[in-house]
Design a protein around this ligand. Structure first.
Ligand SMILES: O=C(O)c1ccccc1N[C@@H]1O[C@H](COP(=O)(O)O)[C@@H](O)[C@H]1O
Length: 207
């Protein structure tokens, strides 16, 4: 459904401490194997050590790994050496201006950033899929400061995505809760979201 609606990538959520979307690694591997080549497959991993992330990649074979924890940048460097064939996207949970300090720590080792609204330090860590937006003013500053492409995520839905694009000007968008009903992907919400993105894109793209 997401590919038919025009998605460029599918997020495949592996085991997580919380959130609505985890599926088994075996299912992730079989989806990654059948997705047509123009569409990217993003493995969302909560692993934090390079060796464990590389094993997770090996078990599932995605085109891209989305690292949803703020891992030690030394592990980020190690992963770049262990898995140079896979695109690496580092998630930054925007809880305040400190998020900007993380740009130079990860930039040398990753292909892109993804800004989300988790609370990694919560008693039960939230690493995404929260349905909450964060402070887009900080995200806009992050986009301006980063030499790497920046995805925006966190509470995006058909009603707010136009404002998000206008304020933040991200490279791309990622979402989960905002296009689901009763936990399942909702075709109407998906179509409304894609249409809202198309309108905002047309209004903000240089002519
Ligand atoms: O969807 C999940 O269950 C999930 C769990 C843990 C980490 C990430 C998860 N999903 C990703 O979270 C963001 C934003 O989600 P939402 O739109 O705020 O619900 C998105 O990148 C999902 O792929």
């Amino acid at each position: 459904m997401a590919i038919n609606a025009g998605a460029d990538a599918l997020g495949l959520v592996a085991r997580m401490p919380s959130g609505p979307g985890p599926i088994a690694d075996e299912l992730i591997a079989s989806i990654a194997a059948m997705v047509p080549p123009p569409v990217s497959t993003f493995l969302l991993t909560s692993e934090t050590r390079a060796a464990d992330i590389a094993d997770h990649i090996g078990a599932t074979n995605p085109t891209t790994v989305q690292i949803v924890s703020h891992i030690d940048p030394a592990e980020s460097l190690r992963l770049a050496r262990l898995a140079p064939h896979v695109r690496r996207v580092q998630v930054i949970h925007v809880e305040g201006e400190d998020a900007l300090d993380l740009i130079p720590r990860y930039s040398p080792h990753v292909h892109a950033f993804l800004l989300d609204s988790g609370r990694p330090g919560a008693v039960v860590p939230e690493l995404g899929g929260t349905g909450r937006a964060h402070d887009w003013a900080i995200s806009a500053r992050f986009v301006q400061a980063s030499k790497r492409p920046v995805f925006l995520a966190g509470g995006l839905n058909p009603s707010n995505v136009g404002d998000a694009i206008r304020q933040v000007r991200p490279y791309a968008l990622d979402l989960c809760s905002g296009v689901r009903s009763d936990g399942v992907l909702d075709q109407e919400k998906l179509a409304s979201f894609v249409e809202a993105v198309r309108i905002a894109d047309a209004a903000t793209s240089p002519t």
